[in-house]
Design a protein around this ligand. Structure first.
Ligand code: SF4
Length: 385
């Protein structure tokens, strides 16, 4: 049964050769964790990420020297025959952003720390706020001009952990504050007629990340802005299983609402490990297909064959068959009904025996389990001819 939720129709923003938003597939991106001044190591990791299926790579540029070194990294990547688009990750340093914008395809800036002054705890009047926004606008203008000239995109990437004191004083440290923080920058960009924007709301709290993103989408729509693409990610999600689950809940739930144009799964450790997780989240939420979809029941007292080894075998032999759905079920009581939309079914029947289904109908009845995987593969091969 098809989901009735449709994807939020965003505009396309080009990041080099890769489009984000519009009719493009939801893009996978990641970030290197090498020293940006180590050109070879950073280029090597960016290439490894691209080989794994990452479509855009972000590299930190913490000062003007590392921003300049992005040029060397880009050349080193090109030397190996790759043209993966790069993003410079900037905090606190407008000058580094301006240098990077002439080199890489996209610059990520954080509205919480791009130039905002620390308010030292005093509250801002409306006049103070408008003066501050004017100051931000003047400081953002050179970056926007460079981005226009070089067709460089900008991500306005708000993090809950680095909101400016000014914004916190006004809205509290809340999802609403996060959305307002980004919208100030959006309005400034629009005032300079610059719209190559991607927006993100990140927090290590999944509910905050989700609510702030939904608030932001509402503000974009109510102000009549272009429907800028949305970047999704749970920041500091953690490592391993915990980080994977947090990312899946935060990113996946928004994708299921039709929100999101590019995703980054943040896991502590080797960034290469993020890519299979990102692919699984996209596949599980029905956004992209990378492998066969294999569903299986948990099994129960009705299961009369070794379903665990059957699932392992089916995954091993058929997992790479992108675009087909195979259901492995424990019994014929509930199995057939639960797997109606599967292309193939592998369902327990008598002791140690299974039925093999094709498009909801029994193709082979009471097959010995040992022979079932070969017969299933034969069926799939015949059908693919
Ligand atoms: S499909 Fe059959 S074996 Fe599997 S959980 Fe349901 S009733 Fe039990």
């Amino acid at each position: 049964m098809e989901s009735t939720i449709t994807k939020r129709q965003s505009v396309e923003v080009k990041v080099g050769t890769i489009g984000i938003g519009g009719d493009n597939p939801i893009r996978i991106q990641s970030m290197t964790n090498t020293d940006t001044m180590d050109t070879v190591a950073t280029a090597r990791q960016a290439i490894a990420l691209a080989e794994e299926g990452c479509e855009i790579v972000r590299i930190t540029a913490s000062n003007t020297t590392s921003a300049e070194n992005l040029y060397e990294i880009k050349n080193e990547i090109a030397k190996h025959g790759y043209d993966i688009p790069l993003i410079a990750d900037i905090h606190f340093n407008p000058k580094a952003a301006e240098i990077a914008a002439g080199i890489v395809e996209k610059v990520r800036i954080n509205p919480g720390n791009y130039i905002d002054r620390n308010s030292n705890g005093h509250s801002f009047s409306d006049k103070d706020t408008s003066d501050e926004i004017k100051r931000i606008s003047e400081r953002l203008y050179p970056l926007i001009e460079i981005c226009k000239r070089h067709k460089t995109a900008i991500r306005i990437g708000t993090n809950q952990g680095s909101l400016s004191q000014r914004i916190i004083n006004r809205y509290g440290n809340t999802p609403l504050a996060m959305a307002h923080s980004a919208m100030e920058f959006v309005r400034i960009c629009r005032s300079f007629d610059y719209n190559q924007l991607v927006l993100s709301m990140k927090s290590s709290n999944v509910r905050t990340m989700s609510l702030s993103t939904r608030l932001l989408v509402g503000m974009i729509d109510s102000e009549g802005c272009d429907k800028y693409p949305i970047h999704l990610g749970v920041t500091e999600a953690g490592e391993g299983e915990d980080g994977t689950i947090k990312s899946a809940v935060g990113i996946g739930s928004l994708l299921c609402l039709g929100i999101g144009d590019t995703i980054r799964v943040s896991l502590t450790g080797d960034p290469l490990a993020e890519i299979p997780v990102a692919k699984s989240i996209l596949q599980a939420s029905g956004c992209r297909t990378y492998k066969a979809e294999i569903v299986s029941c948990p099994s129960c007292g009705r299961t009369k064959y070794d379903i665990s080894s059957a699932v392992r075998q089916v995954k091993e032999k058929c997992g790479n068959l992108k675009g087909i759905k195979i259901a492995v079920m424990g019994c014929v009581v509930n199995g057939p009904g639960e797997m109606l939309d599967a292309d193939y079914g592998y369902i327990g029947s008598l002791e140690g025996k299974v039925h093999l289904y094709r498009k909801g109908k029994v193709a082979f009845a009471n097959v010995e389990q040992e022979k079932a995987i070969d017969i299933l593969l034969q069926m799939i091969n015949e059908d693919s001819k």
